[in-house]
Design a protein around this ligand. Sequence first.
Ligand code: CA
Length: 241
Amino acid sequence: MNKRILIIEDDKDIVEALRYNLEKERGFSVLPAYSGDEGLNLAFQVKPNLIILDIGLPGLNGYEVCRMLRREAETRDIPVLILTARVSESDKVLGLELGADDYITKPFGIRELIARVRNAIRRRESEHDAVEIFDDGRLHIHFGDYTIRFNGQEPKLTFKEFHLLKLLVQNAGRVLSRDKILDSVWGYNYYGESRTVDVHIRRIRKKLGPGVDDYLDTVIGVGYRFKAAKVGKEASFAAQA
Ligand code: CA
């Protein structure tokens, strides 16, 4: 079955070029939207397999669209690829913080864009079969619902913090390098810097508070590891049916 790609972009020439090239590839069908509001409505109606999202849009801008997509359970798992002329570091960071999967700046090569579309879809599909719940009686994480309970608190993690934690939990006991984490959570090696990972780990530690070191290890010069703490009942991993 074709993958449905929603393109939210007000530049009709870009939309047509993307549509032509994606549909020529086979396996893709393209839906265009020319404003943020129209795109958001379509996203909820058709649940596309991926969204290509411009930032400078009439109505809601791309950041606002991305934020709303991530807030709703129905659209939160749709991969979003941001496409924009804005190139400053803070613009990129903002897009990724809001939960975009990838970032492409204009002008872009069509081959590269298609490769990134495929990667983003594949990455999201492989996450679907993964562990959904971690629970050892003290730390409870439900990855499907994006909820955590720890020491009687319910810390609120951002989308990226959650994905980082999920990756570590799924690889419990193994040390993951910053590059591996960047690649899995952010999706590409060359944009991200390793300090992005450090910053997110620091925020997760702060949000979970005292006791988090029973679970999160920093391996100096290498990366990070999730370890199941020796308290409470046996840790359980459950994949939801
Ligand atoms: Ca635009």
